[in-house]
Design a protein around this ligand. Structure first.
Ligand SMILES: Cc1cc2nc3c(=O)[nH]c(=O)nc-3n(C[C@H](O)[C@H](O)[C@H](O)COP(=O)(O)OP(=O)(O)OC[C@H]3O[C@@H](n4cnc5c(N)ncnc54)[C@H](O)[C@@H]3O)c2cc1C
Length: 377
């Protein structure tokens, strides 16, 4: 896919205006209530937040993985939670774009790109996170469909999602060929959304467990081939790693900007603190780490737009950027001293939002496992 740089610039500028004028003013209230500002989804859809990376044939902007990472980076300037909601929306419909039928695409994919319908993706379970192949939710063939039974955990967007992409085991002895993806309407009998999970960060995203109590779905709700779900999930996870890296970049940029502004305005011992070598070196190190992450992600996303296999680079970007944003947020708070430790300060939120970046979408340890395996170890 060839992405035109001018289009990316226009998208970035448009999103920056939207973030500053529309999202930033909402963040304090929605963070306090631990809710996503659901009323903005159609505006976000119009701007391409959920579809920049999809081709125009399905209602996207045709800006590829580079374009979609840019969206997540810019939204992360407002808040990690809003970016998380957006990237989950995108990843929930990505399997429908790649493998869905024309009917599924018109019913779920296209309205979700426009922000008219919200989506979640339910893979993780209470006993199976990193080990996707181990999931225990089953989809038993029953008449002209399947009966889904099981429990999912940590499902972002599920409190308001109109539909969910659900991973469940279908008959098959090899666990890697026994997972099927289904698109399930929220109001299907047997779908139960649990209570809001209170989280350390990402407060403007909503996360809950989801239960499937013998939920019957017609066979037309299977996405792609039955039994191919594990591989579809891995495709999704590779993309997710680029998007989470982009969120780390946006959060780190924001943290560095706040720390730099503070360091150049705060005086101690009669001197602006940015004059102290300890402080200016810390700011310089933060800038280097951020730039290294930005370059790694830009390279990974560019390769991802051109090649089928980008999993090693996606894992490298996810690992590096996830660790980087935690270091940058930590250093930024150090530069602010006590002011950065206060609740309601943007840095306090960024520090909390950064923590998920080494966990969600595959932990740092899982990324290193993937990289080591690719090294032939
Ligand atoms: C806020 C939030 C939102 C989420 N949203 C979603 C969502 O929308 N949909 C969804 O399906 N899931 C979601 N998740 C789940 C997320 O993807 C998992 O939390 C993540 O994959 C890790 O799984 P786990 O929490 O079960 O940890 P575990 O897999 O139990 O890991 C625990 C520890 O063991 C380590 N470990 C595990 N296996 C290995 C190994 N092979 N080698 C070395 N170390 C290992 C891990 O690195 C980690 O340190 C979300 C999670 C959170 C916290």
């Amino acid at each position: 896919m060839i992405v035109v740089k001018d289009d990316l610039l226009i998208l970035r500028e448009t999103l920056q205006r939207f973030v500053d004028s529309r999202l930033r003013p909402l963040v304090a209230e929605y963070e306090a209530n631990q809710r996503f500002p659901i009323d903005v989804t159609r505006e976000m859809g119009q701007l391409g937040c959920f579809g920049a990376g999809f081709p125009e044939s399905v209602g996207g902007a045709g800006l590829g993985k580079l374009g979609q990472t840019l969206v997540i980076e810019e939204l992360s300037h407002a808040s990690g939670g809003i970016a998380a909601t957006t990237l989950v929306q995108f990843l929930s419909i990505y399997p429908l774009y790649l493998h869905g039928t024309t009917e599924q695409q018109s019913m779920y994919l296209k309205p979700a790109i426009l922000g008219e319908r919200m989506a979640a993706i339910a893979v993780t379970e209470p006993n199976h996170g990193s080990n996707v192949a181990g999931i225990e939710t089953v989809a038993v063939p029953d008449g002209s469909g399947y009966r889904i039974k099981g429990q999912k955990m940590f499902i972002t967007n599920s409190p308001f999602a109109d539909f969910m992409v659900v991973a469940a085991k279908t008959p098959g002895s090899d666990p890697h060929h026994a997972i099927t993806l289904f698109v399930v309407d929220r109001n299907s009998p047997g779908v139960i959304i649990g209570g809001h999970l209170k989280k350390l960060g990402w407060w403007t995203s909503e996360t809950a467990p989801v239960y499937f109590d013998n939920c019957w779905v017609p066979a037309a709700q299977v996405i792609g081939e039955a039994g191919a779900g594990f591989y579809y999930i891995m495709e999704d996870f590779n993309y997710e790693r680029l998007l989470l890296s982009a969120s780390s970049i946006g959060l780190a940029q924001e943290a560095l900007a706040v720390a730099k502004a503070y360091a150049t305005s705060r005086s101690q011992f009669g001197v602006i603190i940015a004059e102290f070598q300890a402080v200016r070196h810390k700011l310089a190190q933060m800038a280097v780490r951020l730039e290294a992450g930005r370059q790694l992600l830009a390279h990974a996303a560019t390769v991802a737009d051109e090649a089928d296999d980008f999993s090693e680079l996606a894992s490298m970007a996810k690992y590096f950027c996830g660790e980087m944003v935690n270091q940058v947020a930590y250093d930024a708070i150090q530069i602010l001293g006590g002011a950065g430790y206060l609740q309601d300060h943007p840095l306090e939120r960024i520090y909390r939002d950064a923590r998920i970046m080494t966990i969600g979408g595959g932990t740092s340890e899982v990324q290193l496992n993937i990289i080591a395996k690719r090294m032939g170890l």
